[in-house]
Design a binder for this molecule. Sequence first.
Ligand code: ATP
Ligand code: MG
Length: 621
Amino acid sequence: MSERAATASQPSSDERSPLAAALRQERKKLELVTEVGAALSSTTDLDQLLRLLIDKVTELMDADRSTLYLLSEDGRELWSKVVQGRDTLAIRLQVGEGIAGWVAQSGEVVNIADAYRDTRFQPAVDLRSGYRTRSILCVPMRNRAGAVVGVVQVLNKRAPELAESKSDDESLTMTLFSPFSPEDEDLLLALASQTAVVIDNSKLYLSVLAKNAELAHTTAQLAARSHELNVLYEVEKELSAATDLDGSLSRILGRTVELLGAEAGSIALLTAAGDALELRTVQGPAAARLKDVRVALGQGLLGWSVARREPVIANQVDGDPRYAREFARDHGVAARSLMAAPVVDGDRVVGGIEILDKHDGEFDEDDLRLLVLVAGQVGQALSLARSRDESRDQDRLASIGRLMAGVLHDLKTPMTVISGYAQLMASCDDSAQREKFVEHILRQFDVMSGMTREVLAFARGDRDLMVRRVYMHKFIDEAVTQLRQAFAGRPIAIEVELGYDGVTHFDETKMLRVLHNLARNSADAMEHGGQFWVRTRIEGQELVLETADDGPGIPAALRGRLFELFASGRRGGTGLGLAIVKKIVDDHGGTIAYDSGPGGTTFTIRLPHRGSRTGEFSPIR
Ligand SMILES: Nc1ncnc2c1ncn2[C@@H]1O[C@H](COP(=O)(O)OP(=O)(O)OP(=O)(O)O)[C@@H](O)[C@H]1O
Ligand SMILES: [Mg+2]
């Protein structure tokens, strides 16, 4: 309706005045409702929105003041979210208590002209605030699902004529009130349910926000955990990859410095006297200068951490009295920030680890926690190395026992050879021939002293082979001569098939023992004599050494464990021979296999070959 339309019928001034007033009133309402609608759709701050809403509602209803109550989560209490009017007291009501409480409980509208005549009304708030409540309009706020989420209450509707004149006469003190109309009820209900929807949405919005924040927090925590796990995994990997202690420590430290985004670091171990720390592994620009340098226990932050058995962070070492300023100056280093943690093996502090100068920002508690975990790994590496040393010593002692048994076993060969030559010498008149026998005997003594050296070298932990250049034809010649001697008195023929007679590389003494063991086994198996072959050839990159006999074959019971210690199939046998053979072949990086049946047994040894042919095939008899 436009103003021109309203004035067109020219009513009398008596009629016109209330009509015009009503029209103005309606237009104002429309404006207010539009404003409320705009506010509802644009404001995201719920508190601000509700305040604005209550102001507009008060104005729309021509009321004196309004209150918006929200229902608590558990649906038991009403909280005055926005109290509007001169005195703003926060009100808290039980559901069912007072008019608002009744509305929240029943979900019905209350519209009363005089509050004091209604038994549900509680004058206590009036008494406290000095306010005089007369008319009340109170409606529930229902959300989309129809549930009550709060209550809007408007008080004291102004009489129309007063509402009109109020703006002209602000000094008016005596106010007359009228009851709220059914239109007021409808309008307020509509606004209340709009508000309920907004509140619901904002709750949703807030819970999404909260969930997002929670998610972000969890993600950050997960990222920290995964970083932590990653560091530990990397450290563990380094640990298992390294075979010696210094290797382990330097790998652990390197990984830790890198993963913590730091510049340098060191791992120090307590000296035997326990009064100083020795920098065993150092990473960073000053590593070369600092390696093996000693720090008195208690000196510097690392010394402090080890002495106190406490991890420490110092992000500004400058201001820290514990920082080893002189040490840093003497060694030409300067740290900005530092973290240190003690290293413990079992229940003993054995050293410490420190990480210096984080590239970006400061070391934080997470970094320190990681360092403590890494310190635990270092402790483990140390204790592992200790127990490895201990068990290596024990192993070595046990192995010496085994080796002794092996050597005693193999001494049989030179002793048989010596006694054979000694017997020959006794019945030999030719001095030149005797000279030769002496040479043979002396060579056997060399073999025996070689075995003694082997035991001693092993006792020192030195297992190296004496790999040398070998001329195959000389080697086989020597071996066959010795074998003939060892077989002396037995009807065993030896045949050599020298497919390769050139240069190769292996430990001559040890390979001789191999041949002796294989030959002796053949001889033992061929009680009534037989044929024994020694063959050599090259296959690809391998030197093949083969022995064969036409004996009865290896007992079936031994197959599969032939090379094991103490696997023996003959009376008087100890079962060491083939275990020794296998060990020597393994040490050369070679393989041994056998083929056996009633017609005989063949052992095939393959060794990595390095050498050149020195001549044409020249059979040795
Ligand atoms: N060429 C062979 N023919 C038949 N049996 C064999 C042959 N070589 C080995 N064996 C069987 O394998 C067993 C194990 O041999 P090995 O040399 O390890 O121990 P051993 O000869 O019994 O004792 P020793 O420690 O004195 O050598 C022998 O006892 C024998 O039964
Ligand atoms: Mg044997």
